[in-house]
Design a protein around this ligand. Structure first.
Ligand SMILES: C[S@@+](CC[C@H](N)C(=O)[O-])C[C@H]1O[C@@H](n2cnc3c(N)ncnc32)[C@H](O)[C@@H]1O
Ligand SMILES: Nc1nc2[nH]cc(C(=O)O)c2c(=O)[nH]1
Ligand code: SF4
Ligand SMILES: [Mg+2]
Length: 207
């Protein structure tokens, strides 16, 4: 039976939830509870969590249960990721998290319109499905994945869409890191409005 996902966001397909250290981007090194929602149709061929793509494989879970699970951890920050979390209406979940004094951070491709109330928005745009302006204009951080040389130009195009205070990061695609990291280092030294982001959790062997 296919999932019937209520539009009010009170139930969401939950793939996994785990307490860890934010490995990427501006908030690298900070403890956070990760909530990974299933479902994504963006189709990045190098995606490191393809098991998330089919929402049907992930149990519909009441948002109140997700909030209760998040609230027992020492760090009062959650990162909502996926899959593509903005497929869903995240108003209910983020409102309930805020009621518990928990900060709400999101990892998104921006492929769907913004919903929910956010303390930090990390936009990681994809060539495969362009980001909506609703997300780009509110992004606190732009994190572009560098898989090949053309991604520097793609990064600059996306930097034109975000606001003036948005932090700019270039992150090597994991399988191409050996080849791309030296190019990123060079690019950042020549274009210092950009910073480098590494997937530090993969070096630390934590989730
Ligand atoms: C798995 S995605 C889920 C959230 C959302 N769908 C997105 O793409 O932003 C989480 C983060 O991992 C990044 N990512 C995914 N696969 C990667 C890879 N192979 N190498 C480096 N970063 C990757 C994404 O760009 C995104 O910033
Ligand atoms: N530690 C850790 N940090 C992360 N930052 C973004 C992640 C994601 O998959 O969205 C991620 C993740 O999967 N683990
Ligand atoms: S948008 Fe995110 S979850 Fe979807 S395929 Fe791309 S990296 Fe994976
Ligand atoms: Mg990840």
């Amino acid at each position: 039976m296919a999932h019937i996902i209520p539009d009010d966001g009170s139930q969401l397909p939950l793939m996994e939830e785990f307490y860890t250290i934010q490995g990427e981007g501006y908030n690298t090194g900070k403890a956070a509870y990760f909530i990974r929602l299933g479902g994504c149709d963006v189709g990045c061929h190098w995606c490191d969590v393809k098991e998330s793509w089919d929402a049907e494989l992930h149990a519909l879970t009441h948002a109140d249960v997700i909030v209760t699970n998040a609230a027992i951890h020492p760090a009062k920050t959650v990162v909502i990721t996926g899959g593509e979390p903005l497929i869903y209406n995240l108003e209910y979940l983020t409102t309930k998290l805020h009621e518990q004094g928990i900060k709400t951070f999101i990892e998104t491709s921006g492929a769907y319109p913004l919903s929910g109330n956010w303390d930090w928005i990390c936009l990681s745009p994809k060539k495969f499905k362009a980001p909506t302006l609703s997300v780009a204009q509110k992004a606190d951080e732009l994190k572009v994945i560098v898989f090949n040389k053309s991604d520097f130009e793609f990064a600059e195009q996306n930097a034109l869409l975000v606001g003036p205070d948005c932090k700019l990061f270039l992150q090597p695609e994991w399988s191409k890191a050996k080849e791309m990291t030296p190019l990123i280092v060079d690019y950042v030294m020549n274009n210092p409005k950009w910073e480098i982001s590494l997937q530090t959790h993969k070096f630390l062997n934590i989730p």
